[in-house]
Design a protein around this ligand. Sequence first.
Ligand SMILES: Cc1cc2nc3c(=O)[nH]c(=O)nc-3n(C[C@H](O)[C@H](O)[C@H](O)COP(=O)(O)OP(=O)(O)OC[C@H]3O[C@@H](n4cnc5c(N)ncnc54)[C@H](O)[C@@H]3O)c2cc1C
Ligand code: FES
Length: 243
Amino acid sequence: MKKATLTVISNTALTRDVFEMRLAGAERPLPGSFLEIGLDGFFLKRPFGAAGYKGGILTVYYRVVGAGTEAMSALTEGSELEALTSLGNGFSAEGVTRPLIVSGGLGIAPLKYLADCFAEKGIRPVFVAGFKSASEVILKEELEKICTLAVATDDGSTGFYGNAVEYLKRNPVSFDRYFACGPEPMLKGMQRFSGNGQLSLEARMGCGFGACMGCSIKTVSGFKRVCKEGPVFDAGEVIFDAR
Ligand SMILES: Cc1cc2nc3c(=O)[nH]c(=O)nc-3n(C[C@H](O)[C@H](O)[C@H](O)COP(=O)(O)OP(=O)(O)OC[C@H]3O[C@@H](n4cnc5c(N)ncnc54)[C@H](O)[C@@H]3O)c2cc1C
Ligand code: FES
């Protein structure tokens, strides 16, 4: 964990309610780790996955869902934010040469950074990105450059008609480990699909660095904190129905 004052370099709407924020002042994070962003007038910091790091600039993608993200969307270039960076464990990609990456909705954010890291090693992942509909698709052009990309939409408005897990059942992919992030039903589906992967989880957070236990989940080896032992867990480790 690092304390940092981050400076907003840009804050751009990509869709009706999803923004890309680029921030200066953070050290290079591990893919899969997250940061907690402090906002004026809000007691609790807000957690976001590290979605890219290039030339000293950290990227996050966020959806406006409540008062905190609404306040974030109004921030302009040059605004300063108090943050905790490099939180959590990150993905284990060591030795993986045929990665399969699977996202649902904004779960694409930390996985975009993982795909960038594979690209730096000359590895081209298969990336299956699920969205509700065509109007929510983001990062398509960027990912097509570095991945073999399949887009799936719940309403069939573009790409495969169905979710990312259904896509994989219909279109078998050869892989040596998968990496998934998205809504819980999708992660449960990936757990049933194969135990040979890692799941990035979300939980309501208090402190964000392991002190309050507020983000604990049940695993096969007892309770674990999403912010400290996670947010990335082996697929076979998580007991979803106990949450
Ligand atoms: C490890 C992790 C990574 C995340 N990465 C991203 C990301 O890359 N992009 C993105 O858009 N969202 C991400 N989220 C969810 C994001 O943190 C929430 O959408 C955000 O905190 C909502 O804040 P708010 O004030 O707008 O909403 P409100 O509902 O008003 O927030 C009230 C409180 O609930 C907390 N909260 C609300 N929703 C969530 C949630 N889903 N998870 C955890 N705490 C929540 C807030 O932090 C705040 O303390 C992530 C969550 C976690 C735990
Ligand atoms: S949020 Fe406090 S222990 Fe995880």
